[in-house]
Design a protein around this ligand. Sequence first.
Ligand SMILES: [Zn+2]
Ligand SMILES: [Zn+2]
Length: 343
Amino acid sequence: MIMDACHQRDFSDRIMDRYIRFFPCLSDPARRSSLGLKVALVMLHLVYAGVLFALDRYLIEEIKIKPWYTASYLLLFVATLIQYFLTSCSSPGYVLDAMRAANEKDIAFSKASKQPASSNNVNVVVTIDRSPSGNNVQADVTSWTKMVMDMYPPRTPLRNFTCSYCHVEQPPRTKHCHDCDRCVLQFDHHCVWLGTCIGQGNHCRFWWYIFEETALCLWTGILFISYLKADIVRAWWKDAIVIVLLITLSIALIFLLLLLLFHSYLVVTNQTTYELVRRRRIFYLRGIPERVYPFSKGVCHNLYDFCCHRSNIYNLEPLPSAQMLEERSRPYTCSDITRCRCC
Ligand SMILES: [Zn+2]
Ligand SMILES: [Zn+2]
């Protein structure tokens, strides 16, 4: 028995070694589990859409009558999966990349060093040139430190914004992700489902992914309901399968809708999940009243920044000055509404 077990283990190890030789990326357990999740997600989508097309022969007939309807559904199905993979492979905006970009484009450094950002509240924009050169991160560490220091109020101790894992100075709104083992700009959360962090670089993509997934869920649910409501004779087990799938789909839909609403709220108020949940633990947000959104520049401006953010640009936001915070915490009056202060 023991010999059998050893043989089986040797056999499975040999198969695993062979797979790793062909796919070296699978040697890392984290990447293996991430890949497993991606395969599971694609399978889940295929099962829900596949059952629909396999059981509902009227849907197949409807394709002939209204081909655009089915084509639109399939288009949404493919677009959602593409959006999932694009989001999953996108960079959330790592601090090391921003340092590297700043290293290449010294303009941002000189701009920040001449004008203290915390005093005039001007965002520092760092453009990325995605060339493989520029790996010398250490070279401009002092410039980076100076630039980051200017984003905080004067005399803020350096240790307050230095990452104890990467040992880099974090601009405001940055957090170290323990799963990615890197500091992420405008860190929102680490998404296990996507296998990546959500930050400044891919928050917009993430929102669109949730939107498309919600729309797909809703449309699939409607197709399931119309199948159940159709006045045709069919086997009981077909109904049972569709009912089980519809229940799980409804649960997923509720979750997705709440997630979409929550992230839409974050977008219009220019907040991140981390800032909302851990507000009292972030040293520069501790004293700010709960109802004040320190980084909000008005709904329209926030939406513009969020939607028109280019993936090759890092927008490093300085902390708002005391005067700006006071202005943002002022209660709304009738004249504010007519002047569209919230926009
Ligand atoms: Zn870090
Ligand atoms: Zn992460």
